[in-house]
Design a protein around this ligand. Structure first.
Ligand code: 13P
Length: 249
């Protein structure tokens, strides 16, 4: 049985006061033991969130990190800085990082290697743009994103990797992949892992879906055999909505 995971990607939202309020609201909810729950605040709210969530099953992850361990990288954050504030999980490869900040499959491979070397867990995001789906290139594109950044890894590294398939056309648009489209792609992803590694390894990898997951569609999306949970943007900013999604399994 694979872990079921729901992670909230807060993106560039929530000041200190707003973080306090959202975390208080989250803590009012009973958290199920069979679902792993993460929140990913901005860097400036990581320490606050870790302190506030101490003793709660909700884990704190970061939204990005630099591949370098230290040095002349103005405005960047290293894995050791994250670990220093007790954050051991990082999102890498989000489509907004790719499209707005020039991250590429090659630079993500470096980040993946660096995060793994530091012993971090990675939530690795990937997914096609609308035109790529319209041109029926989405499977090839996803295959390329996975193979260029991840398929050089040894088997044992995969225990530190969570995948998040996020079709770009579904992010923040209100348009979700249908449950069938999500399941179809997740099954394809598992097949690719099996082809490069083993069936046993592929069976263990958690694959999340992200893109306009809301309380009213989560259950249907999560019902796919290969859909192990969600990476939630907008709906993670509201504690009731986020918890309704956590409880949608
Ligand atoms: P939305 O849920 O707002 O579409 O965002 C998805 C996402 O980008 C999560 O990383």
């Amino acid at each position: 049985m694979r872990n079921q995971i729901v992670a909230g990607n807060w993106k560039m939202n929530n000041t200190t006061a707003e973080t306090e309020l959202l975390l208080n609201n989250l803590l009012e909810h009973q958290i199920r033991e069979d679902v792993k729950v993460y929140v990913t605040p901005a860097f400036t709210q990581l320490s606050q969130s870790v302190a506030k969530l101490e003793g709660s099953p909700i884990q704190v992850a970061a939204q990005n990190m630099n591949a370098a361990s230290s040095g002349a990288h103005t405005g960047e954050i290293s894995s050791s800085m994250l670990k220093g504030v007790e954050v051991n999980t990082v999102i890498l490869g989000h489509s907004e990082r790719r499209s707005l900040y020039g991250e590429t499959n090659e630079s993500l491979k470096e980040k993946v290697d660096s995060a793994l070397k530091a012993g971090m867990e990675i939530i690795f995001c990937f997914g096609e743009e609308l035109n790529e789906r319209k041109e029926n290139k989405h499977f090839d594109l996803v295959k390329e994103q996975l193979s260029s950044a991840l398929f050089h890894l040894p088997n044992e590294a995969w225990s530190q990797i969570i995948l998040a398939y996020e079709p770009v056309w579904a992010i923040g648009t209100g348009e979700t992949a249908s449950p069938e489209q999500a399941q179809e792609m997740h099954a394809f992803i598992r097949e690719q892992i099996q082809a490069h590694y083993t069936a046993a390894l592929a069976e263990k990898v958690v694959i999340l879906y992200g893109g306009s997951v809301k309380p009213n569609n989560a259950q249907e999306i999560f019902s796919g055999e290969d859909v192990d949970g969600g990476l939630i943007g907008g709906a993670s900013l509201n504690a009731d909505d986020f918890m309704a999604i956590v409880n949608a399994f």
